[in-house]
Design a protein around this ligand. Structure first.
Ligand code: SF4
Length: 364
């Protein structure tokens, strides 16, 4: 199944909240939300760029950027109404919205269900009350658990958005949040490292010296631990890191924090590095070779295994008392997320380690 989201960006000008990391109000002033009447044009334009409906294609029109169910009810109705002809024609298969956990109740969910919404992404951010409080989110972990339970009860697909590096957050808290999120059993997760954005409460804290953002390496390492735990439980990670939207690229918008345009790729490279280390050690333990070795990957994973500027190869070659890895070769027999290993001169792997096998060893 190939999934397509058709994004409709609705920055939330009227949001009554003041989350410490958020500059939606500024974005909304510069980029107003489209009127409901403009939405069909946006959707049709996007549909023209993706394959026509077929059994293996799933497309959702997706309202992002604000808290949909906190919008004026009439506007919610209008936004959903204009999508009904696309649903009736089968050109889209559903509607996705994102919202806050405290704007979910039975009447809201009944309304969304009746109007074709299929997926709800909740901006959860953390399952630690101290972190939620310090970030001025305005709800508690209990609210999140109740909202997620109701969303699943009604049969929606559930997405959970998490942030790492919020005020009061720590590695231990991020692992607790990961374990808590796994127990909620969402269909998908997004993980965003916190950035200090201009004109936010967090910028003030940062400039006063009361908040220190994560370093890029730290954020990659934490997100990798979360990514591997979600992957082990079969929970899809649909994004890591903010979309490098134009407004974030403008000079002076990101004040500090672990911004990288390919953050998710860095996290996946880190995962391959860990997996390669385990494979290398296991292979060496069995063979006890001191000649050079070669790794094998699926062709889609080649750059993830090599790493940015060959960083992963360099790391593996600095491990004490292990043989050198002379190179990485794509091999069609190797499945996605699997690694193979063999002598440097060979054209085929002698041993391999799937991601599932690696996770069993690494997370035991
Ligand atoms: S994160 Fe969402 S709820 Fe919080 S201030 Fe921004 S738009 Fe409002």
């Amino acid at each position: 199944m190939r999934h397509y989201n058709i994004p409709i960006f609705i920055p939330h000008l009227g949001c009554p909240f003041n989350c410490i990391f958020c500059n939606q109000k500024n974005i909304a002033q510069h980029e107003p939300a489209p009127a409901a009447s403009e939405v069909p044009i946006i959707v049709q334009k996007a549909l023209d760029t993706i394959p026509a409906a077929w059994p293996g294609r799933e497309a959702e029109a997706a309202y992002f950027g604000g808290s949909f169910t906190a919008l004026d009810k009439k506007l919610q109705e209008d936004y959903l109404l204009v999508l009904q002809p696309f649903l009736d024609a089968g050109s889209i298969d559903g509607i996705r919205i994102s919202t806050r956990p405290d704007f979910i109740d039975h009447s809201i969910l009944g309304f969304l269900l009746d109007n074709g919404v299929t997926t709800i992404e909740l901006g959860v951010q953390s399952l630690k009350d101290e972190v939620l409080k310090a970030s001025c989110r305005g709800y508690t972990t209990r609210t999140v658990i109740n909202a997620c339970g109701m969303i699943k009860e009604y049969g929606f697909k559930l997405g959970v958005q998490l942030m790492v590096g919020l005020p009061g957050d720590s590695y231990e808290y991020d692992m607790d949040t990961t374990i808590g999120t796994i127990s909620i059993e969402p269909d998908m997760v997004r993980i965003y490292p916190v950035l200090v954005i201009k004109d936010t409460g967090l910028e003030k804290l940062y400039l006063q010296g009361h908040y220190q953002p994560l370093e890029l390496e730290e954020a990659v390492s934490i997100c990798c631990e979360m990514f591997l735990r979600f992957q082990q439980k079969g929970i899809e990670i649909i994004r890591m890191g903010l979309h490098p939207a134009e407004e974030l690229r403008e000079e002076g918008i990101v004040i500090a924090g672990p911004f990288h345009p390919a953050f998710g790729e860095l996290v996946e490279q880190e995962a391959f590095k860990k997996q390669a280390r385990v494979l290398l050690q296991n292979y060496f333990n069995i063979k006890n070779l001191d000649s050079d070795l070669k790794l094998f990957t699926n062709y889609r994973d080649l750059s993830k295994m090599i790493g940015h500027k060959k960083a992963n190869l360099s790391y593996l070659n600095h491990l004490e008392s292990l043989p050198c890895v002379k190179g990485v070769q794509a091999d069609e027999q190797i499945k996605k997320d699997e690694l193979g290993i063999g002598p440097a001169g060979s054209d085929q792997p002698e041993a391999s380690l799937s991601r599932t096998e690696f996770l069993e060893i690494y997370l035991q």
